[in-house]
Design a protein around this ligand. Structure first.
Ligand SMILES: *Cc1c(COP(=O)(O)O)cnc(C)c1O
Length: 457
């Protein structure tokens, strides 16, 4: 057994390209549809919201897209991120498995999100854009885009889901420190927000509602574009730097993963670690090791395991195009649990497509067992994971315990996509036994699914 713990890449080895899985899919993903015409959307339909370079990335089928040099220069502030062998967790579990985690919490914002915030802000700056509007759940994405905006001179407005806005005042303070404006959503600043507040002034908010507000601001202001922290093809592609680095680092370790685990809210950190490996598998035509790829989602918002694979809107007010994805219905409001970044009704179309093709698996866990896994991880490895990342930690621990039962020394790789230093109130609540594993409302789910838009086959 190698005693080495950290596998570090030199800055000169940082990947120069993003990996685009669209080049290697056995079947292309279904097209994105315009809700008015039910025809595939073209670049012009998206132009009010995004700069053209990002729209071209969204529809590209090129296998590799070069990472612009100014973006790589910023990445050097924290990339390449470390790959760490979890020797102490392995010992605590008594497993013959070898567990590795890629740690994205070393970024300035504390998660993987700056991997896409930096290029998105840069492409907007290159297109002459001065303002960006966005949404945030737990505040990870809002702080990442605020950081990127500060570097590239862009004014950032963030609609933060009400429940997280109240639970996490320090994420808001961080956004404001970076110079952004942060507004609790639903808000009185948009038609979408006012309509929700008229029905329920105490609405907890949801990512779907916050997206509607940010899209509305961008669509109604010529000088403002919209930026999304997950779900879209180009966002998932920007995250593939994670998996490409991990591949090089595992080569240094002399290992090759049998199982890859990531948590899924919109699917971006999962795609980031998994897609480069899946691509290798797809291109290898059976000659490459066939790995199991496991997405872990919250049981209170289980789009991949309990949602329907159907065309749906990405937001609650129906301002976005229709995408085919695993969805709980765009009007579904999940209960207020502590992994705000995973409270989204839909899933990245690319992740949904891979699930539909049987290339990836999905599983769902409740929050208390996830926090217990996070505490066990912190006591063994020292790092305190974000509540979202705890889902991946539990997924990896359960795979390691399966290996123990079966006496197999498999290699498990998981994405530790962020730290939980802004989430200490949820850890305190967990320690005090105050977290409730609140199930979602079955009647509300049925209603939300019944309201899915009908799309001609
Ligand atoms: C935003 C976030 C998530 C959920 O988003 P994905 O696109 O699914 O990665 C998960 N973990 C952390 C730490 C986040 O900040």
């Amino acid at each position: 057994m190698s005693a080495q713990t950290k596998f570090l890449l030199d800055e000169s080895k940082m990947p120069r390209h993003w990996y685009n899985i669209a080049a290697d899919l056995p079947v292309p993903a279904p097209p994105v549809l315009h809700p008015g015409t039910m025809q595939p959307v073209g670049p012009d339909d998206l132009a009010p919201l995004f700069p053209m370079e990002l729209i071209l990335q969204e529809v590209s089928t090129e296998r590799e897209i070069a990472i612009p040099e100014p973006v790589r220069e910023v990445f050097k502030l924290w990339r390449p991120s470390p790959l760490i062998r979890a020797h102490r967790l392995e010992k605590a579990l008594g497993t013959p498995a070898r567990i590795y985690y890629k740690y994205e919490g070393v970024s300035p914002a504390g998660s993987h999100k700056p991997n896409t915030a930096i290029p998105q802000a840069w492409y907007n700056q290159q297109a002459g854009i001065k303002k960006l509007a966005t949404e945030t759940g737990a505040g990870q994405w809002g702080s990442s885009l605020s950081f990127a905006g500060a570097l590239f001179g862009i004014e950032v407005t963030v609609f933060q889901v009400r429940v997280s806005y109240d639970q996490k005042p320090y994420r808001r303070a961080l956004m404001e420190t970076y110079g952004a404006r942060c507004i609790a959503s639903p808000s009185n600043e948009t038609n979408a927000g006012r309509a929700i507040l008229a029905q329920n002034p105490n609405h907890l908010g949801s990512l779907g509602i916050a997206i509607s507000e940010a899209v509305e601001v961008a669509a109604t202001h010529d000088d403002t574009k919209y930026s999304l922290g997950s779900v879209l093809n180009h966002v998932l592609m920007h995250q593939t730097i994670i998996g490409q680095e991990a591949m090089l680092q595992l080569e240094m370790a002399g290992d090759d993963p049998d199982v890859i685990v990531g948590c899924t809210g919109g699917g971006s950190n999962f795609a980031g670690i998994a897609f480069p490996f899946i691509g290798q598998q797809l291109r290898g035509a059976g000659k490459t090791k066939q790995r199991r790829i496991v997405a872990v989602e919250p049981a209170a918002c289980p789009s991949l395991t309990r949602g329907r694979y159907a065309y749906d809107f990405g937001d609650t007010a129906h301002m976005t195009p229709l995408t085919k994805m695993h969805t709980l219905g765009s009007t579904f409001t999940p209960p207020g649990f502590h992994a705000g970044g995973l409270r989204y009704h839909g899933m990245a179309p690319l992740v949904s497509h891979l699930k539909q093709l049987g290339i990836i698996e999905a599983t769902a866990y409740h929050q208390n067992e996830c926090f217990a896994a996070g505490v066990q991880f912190a006591r063994a490895e020292g790092i305190l994971p974000a509540p979202e990342a705890n889902h991946a930690v539990l997924g990896a621990i359960n795979e390691a315990l399966r290996c123990k039962q079966e006496g197999r020394s498999e290699v498990i790789l998981f994405n530790l996509c962020g730290h939980g230093h802004f989430d200490m109130s949820s850890y305190s609540n967990f320690a005090a036994g105050k977290l409730v594993d609140q199930p979602y409302d079955e009647a509300e789910l049925a209603m939300a699914l019944a309201g899915l838009p009908s799309v001609p086959a």
